[in-house]
Structures are given as structure tokens and as C-alpha cells.
Design a protein around this ligand. Structure first.
Ligand code: BGC
Length: 266
């Protein structure tokens, strides 16, 4: 099997479920050693590490709340202690706390912004500091790679989800600004904007045929995404195959951002 990430160390935040699990698995299959971050669910993270190890890969689980700077530091220290450094960081942790605009509490606004946006800021900042500390390695053309997990909602407004959509819109501009700042050091920062991917976060949108049919009206390509779709995109963005890709958001959404409502209207 082709191992484009052989010899590289990856950290994936929020990897105990959903897209994070898919990305961690894909990076490991591509040859990377993978640190699997979780917040509150150690068991699935440890099971994932064991599954990767059983296949002949290398992984371990590391807990941290990404909105807490001290915990971010401790997580990076644990990865460096275990593997020596990190080459690929996927800032993936994210959550939804949905409510009608006038009912949304300040607490739920803050929780989503702190995890989704501040968490990615802290993760990316600590990653660049680590890349700078250890300098170039001969495993990649870049000093380091950061992938910010965004969403189609970095561009599609989403009623009832103002905290989530604001966090993802913020990720887009944060990612591009960091990319502009650190590209001269050969750090590549990019984003992935998944559409509707079959995970626990959006189960309510696909778990009956009726809901699935409704969801599919938003997806020109005619199927819901799977975490493997995002895993493959992450491997490419983390590898030298995408060495000239800097500050871009890769939409992996089956065409959700193509305004399908206009196909027979407008
Ligand atoms: C959200 C999902 C949603 C998808 C498409 C994602 O970012 O987390 O709940 O299904 O966007 O709307």
C-alpha cells in the first residue's frame, strides 16, 4: 500500500468519534504515527489506537479540552515525549449546540465558539511553535502542515445554528490569515469544509428515510458523505502531493455549496 505519510507524526483533535476518527484512521493507514485526542470519551479513543496498532500502525490516545491552553500544552508535550515532535496537526474538535436565535443562551454561544474557533486557534498556535522549535525534518518538503476542519457553513448561512456557523466562518478567515503569516516558514495551513457526512453530530438529519430524502435534496451528487471521504482529503492535504496548496479550503461536500436550489429555479 502507498504510504505517503511514512515517517511523519500526526495529531488529530476530537478524534474519538465522527470525522476525527475517520481522519486519524486514514492518516495511520497512510503511514503516519497518530496521536488521537479526545475530550471526555477516553474509551473510543483508546479503542481506535488499539485498532490502528493491531493493523501494524502506531497510535496512542491523549486527553485534552482544546479550549484550555494549559491542556493544549500538556497534550503537545505528551506527543513530543512519545514521538519526538509532530509534523501534521488536524484541528478537528467541534460541536453543535443548536437553538433558535432568540432562544440561544450566551453559555451555548460561548461553548461553541470556545471549542470550534478558540480551540483551533490554540491548537494551530502550539503546532507552529513546535514546528519552529524542531526545525526542518527530511520527512516532508514543508516544516509542518495544519488542517483546520471547517464546514460548508463557513459560507452557507444556517438558521438555528448561529453559534456554529459563526465559528466556521471564523475558522475560514483564521485559517487564511495564519496561512499567510507562516507560509514563508514553509508551514502549510489549509482547511477542509465537509458537507453532510454521516456521523453522530447530524444523525437527526439522516436516520430515517424521510429525513435522508430531504437531506439529499441539498446534495447534487446524490449521497451522504462518509468519514472516509474526509480522511482521503486529509491525507492529500497532509502529504507532499499537495505541497503547493497553501491557505485553501477544500470543499468535500458532494456539491452542497453549488446552490442546488437554483438547478431549476432563479
Ligand atoms: C454540520 C452537520 C450538517 C452539515 C451540512 C456540518 O458542518 O456539523 O450537522 O449536516 O454541516 O449541513
Amino acid at each position: 500500500m502507498h504510504k505517503p505519510l511514512a515517517g511523519q507524526i500526526a495529531l488529530v483533535t476530537g478524534a474519538s468519534s465522527g470525522i476525527g476518527t475517520g481522519v486519524a484512521t486514514a492518516l495511520a493507514d497512510a503511514g503516519a504515527y497518530v496521536a488521537i485526542n479526545y475530550h471526555s470519551h477516553a474509551e473510543p479513543a483508546e479503542q481506535l489506537a488499539a485498532a490502528i496498532t493491531a493493523k501494524g500502525g502506531e497510535a496512542f490516545a491523549v486527553g485534552a479540552d482544546v479550549s484550555d491552553e494549559a491542556q493544549i500544552d500538556a497534550m503537545f508535550d505528551a506527543v513530543v515525549k512519545r514521538y519526538g515532535t509532530v509534523d501534521i496537526v488536524v484541528a478537528n474538535s467541534g460541536l453543535q449546540k443548536d437553538a433558535k436565535f432568540t432562544a440561544l443562551t450566551l453559555a451555548d454561544w460561548n461553548t461553541v465558539i470556545e471549542t470550534n474557533l478558540t480551540g483551533q486557534f490554540l491548537t494551530a498556535q502550539r503546532a507552529v511553535r513546535e514546528f519552529e522549535r524542531r526545525g526542518m525534518r527530511d520527512v516532508s518538503k514543508a516544516l509542518g502542515k495544519i488542517i483546520c476542519m471547517s464546514s460548508v457553513h463557513e459560507v452557507i448561512p444556517w438558521a438555528g445554528h448561529v453559534n456554529y456557523a459563526a465559528s466556521k466562518g471564523g475558522i475560514q478567515m483564521m485559517m487564511k490569515t495564519i496561512a499567510q503569516e507562516v507560509a514563508p516558514q514553509r508551514v502549510r495551513v489549509n482547511g477542509i469544509a465537509p458537507g453532510a457526512i454521516r456521523t453522530p453530530i447530524n444523525k437527526d438529519a439522516w436516520d430515517t428515510q424521510e429525513k435522508l430524502d430531504k437531506l439529499l435534496t441539498l446534495i447534487p451528487y446524490g449521497r451522504v458523505g462518509e468519514v472516509e471521504d474526509i480522511g482521503r482529503a486529509a491525507v492529500w492535504l497532509a502529504s507532499d502531493e499537495s505541497d503547493y496548496v497553501v491557505g485553501t479550503t477544500l470543499f468535500v461536500d458532494g456539491g452542497m455549496t453549488l446552490y442546488p436550489g437554483f438547478a431549476d429555479n432563479g
